[in-house]
Design a protein around this ligand. Sequence first.
Ligand code: ZN
Length: 489
Amino acid sequence: MWWKILLAVLAVFVLVTLIRAAFFKPKKIEKVNIRDAKIDTDKVAEHLSDAIKFKTISKVRDEGVDWEEFEKFHKYLDETYPLVAKNTTKEIIDKASLLYLWKGKNPDLEPMAMLAHQDVVPVSEGTEKDWKHEAFSGYNDGEFIWGRGALDMKNHLICVMEAVESLMAEGFQPDRDVYLCFGHNEETVSTVYSGAGTIVKTLKERGVRLDSVLDEGSALIDLNLPGIINTRLAAVGTAEKGYVDMKITLHDKGGHTSAAPKHSGMWKLANAVRDLETHQFRSHWLPFLDELIHAVGGRATYLGKILICNYPIFKPLLTFILKIIPQGASMVRTITSVSMCEGSPAANVLPQRPSITVNFRPLPGDSLADVEKHVRKVIRYKDIDIEYFNGKEATPFSSTSSRAFKAIESVENSIHPEGVAVAPYLVMGGTDAYRYGEICDNILRFAPFNVPLSLFFTTHATNERIPISSLKEAVVFFREYIIKVSDKD
Ligand SMILES: [Zn+2]
């Protein structure tokens, strides 16, 4: 008898699943008419090549920065984009950050901001020869533009400038003010010193509150699982994880190693590491994951939809799977990474103050205070000292119903009529956009460049390069995004 009931329950479940899958549709997205723009891809590629040649390398401290390279780059931008130079006011903030203001028709509307950073990371010493084409050559082989900054992020900066210049050439004037904010030291970001931070301070002092901010931080990805899904995913970073380096110091007796006890202070240190690694932070299924699954699931095949549509039932299993994969784990919990340790200053001295330094990446919802509380709870020794370095809280999530997010949805889906899944995403690293939380609620991180995943790994590494074919689409995206977001309606 019981098996008949089981069979009936199973049959109902299957039937409900089949019906649910049939109704699992992508979100209805309003399309825009893409303006016919005369974009000369060769020219854009040439400008990116030129931009890469300026060695705008940032350093943790000002010493050692070649400011002349930044000055030359600024001059190059003025000459290459004469309409931008003519129709905006430009300020140099904090030595080399750029703040352009393109006045809109209606001063009552909140301005929008387009961000990019001018600086790049250096080439690691000893790897210069590994580059197929010299790192600051901007070499164009007909398929790729090579060099430091090709992906991070002179590509973005140049394409924003191309978009604005071409809109100006057509006589377009935005309704709201448009700020172009190009920081100069994103790559060496510290909590106290940042060009982007000074731009934000400047705008705040002037009483500016922004409608939205668009920066780097996420990308266009081709998702292809044969038979299940084949779609383009525009992952838009709507929040950033936090960051903190924490030095945890333990206390021990110390003394001469010739009369060492069975366990030295290093034993305590090892136990503390063990405690931290065995007691990970609790995982949380944040709502952005539901939106991500819905956006992607809506574009799956019927088989894909059957597999995806009941995912809420399997959330505990999905969370478990995510936790096993390091990249997945960072989406659902605060990451603990013990990266440094220190014993005593000499081989014949027992450690009195052994210490570990742990890098935490707090999930939105876990504050730095929560991190400290967790550390004090899980480490078995209560007599510990805690010091923070470079601490910054995770950001809240920006809404996916803002004008700016909807603009990304409609522009992406208009450029690609076959459909793009546009979904919120949690950014693991740091961006200049982080600073703008003080003057803006809608902070989005998205780079509209269609770049194969394998090339993303060249960012900050050897042979960084970008396909020339991705440039035109990015310029079109930025043009339409500016038109849509700057519109008063
Ligand atoms: Zn970057």
